[in-house]
Write a protein that binds this ligand. Structure first.
Ligand code: D41
Length: 679
């Protein structure tokens, strides 16, 4: 038997852990490092293991999930869970607001609570005397499934409410969702285990919540935001919805930090536009915003139509996924000759624009997705990310649809196409004899992070290459205004401006110049590292593989690419011509032996991928460097941390493959603040 001191200690530990959970999940303001939290948790676990009678259902240790259930029970909601009317345009929202004011008989502007509309699963949670006793899915609005055993594993959700003025019985409504970062990690894990990935965070949340085995749910990164109260008994509630949300937060329930009280319909629309701009950087998926009349008295006066309240409306963002038909699959040739399969689509409106092409990345991806001309496919365009084919709808495949083969010859120049054994990427062997490669090399050379030649856009490059005015980047510096003014869509003024921009680009920096050369594998981060390390172009050109691999974050593959590039006489000739055309940069000479970096992440190597919710890429880099770390362009065994935001790329997959620690923005900031590794 546990002593009474041990029982008291268990209760203290539970309270401490709950307090830290609240600070972490609800206030987003943790006060102890993860290691301190873990120590408390382990102490409680040990105590409970030694004295099983101390275990209570609401103990934080019970979040790992109990025994599987044979089937879901059903739950009849005390108050039906209503649905929301949708508005797709600003006009529809203004019409909603007019109807509200007519019914309320007021000319005055109405106050609304504006909230992100999370793309998850609506649930109802019943708390009795502050304890979670029942959790149910929305179901058909009247009867849902009993998912109490699974909801208990969601760490963001209190199993015990805190604070005072608690009603005897409280039914909380909210959305269970999966944050994007967790979704990406889950899919990577499922793929590594040979499982089937989920198509989007919503499906992942639904699939995870509807598990018969709560031990599986416990491993899924589910989260929760409360958006209202269904019914309650005992105790008074606030008079407005926005105050209700504050009350829910005080009771320990997570509420979206992005809710706002706004007055009048134009402020609603403003809110929607602003959230729309942040949409892609939010840590969770939203499919719109919800406006709710803020005053509870006004809500009641407005009442309901059939199954939706008259006091609320969902203003949807344009859908990010749509289906359409693949009309053809063609191959595009890139800067390094890589052949990229591209689906030509029947035009479709998705993510706010009309899309008629989507990349299929490479042959492996094409094979995996098995996209064939004639197929009906799901297209996704999130934010300003390039549209992609998510998947084929196999049941809609027409009979006789033929799979796509890699062409033997480059579709642009007719040169041979080679695909080294085991590589995903097939390349045109034509080099600069291929107009597509010339065009892409020029575009890259002029791009923002390279020599940043303003006004040298895609169409202009296309003309310069087609008319054979420019073969390689060095030819750009021989162009004169008279020649340029003869081109389509380029007047004399723009021609003169472009000549000036080309001239101005002569003065550059070594890292920009290196990046502009388009050495395979060398992105802007690597170019920066190389420039700093070698200090002069000649030192880099003469470096052997051993000298290169001694540079932090340069591995043998990259070193091989770099030496191969500088062995090519054609590349050296282009460099020589660029220099004699006047392209120059300050040469600093070899970097002094680096001072031992100082700071919380001294000497640690980071790779950034995806869009972070708040920090721009440059800002993240500056903070990492200020804390003594460095940022590399690619993931290798020597990478210490990968920082992943929304829509991470292959770098995240590689990090997981290599077992490298992955951080989100929060984790990064905590690490930089010296809070110890948040893994
Ligand atoms: O974020 C959401 N998905 C959300 C859903 C929200 N923020 N508020 C909501 N409010 C309601 C009312 C006004 C009817 C209580 C909702 C939903 N309903 C809802 N979710 C699924 C069906 C209805």
């Amino acid at each position: 038997m546990a002593t009474s001191a041990q029982a008291r200690r268990a209760e203290v530990l539970r309270a401490l852990i709950e307090e830290h959970n609240y600070r972490y999940y609800v206030l987003d303001d943790p006060t102890i490092p993860d290691a301190g939290y873990d120590a408390l948790f382990r102490e409680l676990q040990a105590l409970e293991a030694a004295h099983p009678e101390l275990v209570v259902p609401e103990s934080p240790t019970q979040r790992v999930g109990g025994a599987p259930v044979p089937a879901f029970g059903t739950v009849r909601h005390e108050q039906p869970m209503l649905s929301l009317d949708n508005a797709f345009t600003e006009e529809e929202v203004r019409a909603f607001d007019r109807r509200v004011r007519e019914r309320l008989g007021t000319e005055e502007e109405v106050a609304y609570s504006a909230e992100p509309k999370l793309d998850g699963l609506a649930v109802s949670l019943v708390y009795e005397a502050g304890r979670l006793v029942r959790a149910a899915t929305r179901g058909d609005g009247f009867v849902g499934e009993d998912v109490t055993h699974n909801v208990r594993t969601i760490r963001a959700l209190p199993v015990r409410l805190r604070g005072d003025r608690l009603p005897d019985r409280l039914e909380v409504r909210g959305e269970v969702y999966m944050p994007r970062a967790g979704f990406a990690l889950l899919n990577e894990r499922l793929a590594a285990e040979g499982g089937k990935p989920f198509v989007n965070p919503r499906n992942a949340a639904a699939g995870s919540l509807r598990q018969l085995d709560p031990r599986i749910t416990a491993t899924r990164p589910l989260a929760f935001f409360a958006y209202g109260i269904g019914s309650h008994a005992g105790g008074a509630l606030p008079d407005t919805h926005s105050e209700t949300l504050v009350r829910l937060r005080d009771w320990g329930l997570p509420v979206s930090p992005d809710v706002a009280r706004v007055v009048g319909v134009e402020a609603c629309l403003d809110y929607q536009r602003r959230l729309g701009e942040r949409r892609r950087a939010l840590p969770y998926e939203v499919d719109g915003v919800v406006y709710k009349v803020d005053s509870c008295a006004q809500q009641e006066a407005l009442g309901y139509v059939s199954r939706a309240p008259r006091f609320a409306v969902a203003h949807k963002f344009p859908a990010e996924e749509q289906t359409t038909v693949v009309e053809a699959v063609e191959f595009q040739v890139g800067r390094t000759g890589a052949l990229t399969p591209v689906a030509r689509l029947r035009p479709v409106f998705v993510g706010g624009v009309t899309v008629s092409n989507a990349t299929l990345h490479n042959m492996d991806e094409l094979g995996r997705k098995d996209v064939r001309p004639g197929d009906t496919v799901v297209i996704r365009r999130a934010g300003d990310v390039i549209p992609e084919v998510v998947r084929v709808l196999p049941e809609q495949r027409p009979a006789g649809a033929r799979s796509v083969r890699l062409p033997d010859r480059c579709p642009v120049c007719g040169s041979e196409v080679v695909r080294p054994e085991g590589e995903a990427i097939a390349r045109c062997a034509g080099g600069l004899a291929c107009a597509a490669q010339r065009r892409e090399a020029l575009r890259h050379f002029a791009s923002r992070r390279a020599l940043d030649i303003q006004g040298l856009g895609t169409q202009l490059v296309e003309q310069l290459v087609t008319l054979d005015l420019v073969t390689d980047p060095a030819d750009l510096f021989a162009l004169d205004a008279a020649t340029l003014a003869g081109l389509e869509r380029l007047g004399e003024r723009s021609a003169a401006k472009l000549v000036a921009a080309i001239a101005a680009s002569r003065e550059t920096t070594l890292d920009r110049f290196l990046y502009a050369l388009g050495i395979p594998e060398v992105g802007d981060s690597t170019a920066r590292v190389l420039a700093r390390h070698f200090g002069s172009l000649d030192a880099l050109v003469n470096a052997d593989e051993a000298a290169l691999t001694s540079v932090p974050d340069v591995g043998p593959v990259m070193a091989g690419r770099i030496t191969a590039f500088f062995r090519q006489p054609r590349n050296l000739a282009v460099i020589a011509r660029l220099r004699s055309a006047g392209v120059h940069w300050p040469e600093t000479g070899p970097a002094p032996p680096a001072e031992a970096p100082a700071g919380p992440v001294a000497g640690r190597s980071f790779v950034l991928t995806g869009t972070l919710p708040n920090l721009a890429r440059e800002a993240a880099r500056e903070r990492i460097e200020a804390a003594g770390g460095r940022v590399a362009g690619s993931v290798s065994k020597r990478t210490d941390y990968v920082v992943a935001g929304a829509d991470p790329g292959s770098k995240l997959a590689r990090a997981l493959e290599l077992g490298i620690a992955v951080l989100d923005e929060d984790g990064l900031l905590r690490l930089l603040a010296g809070d110890g590794p948040a893994s």
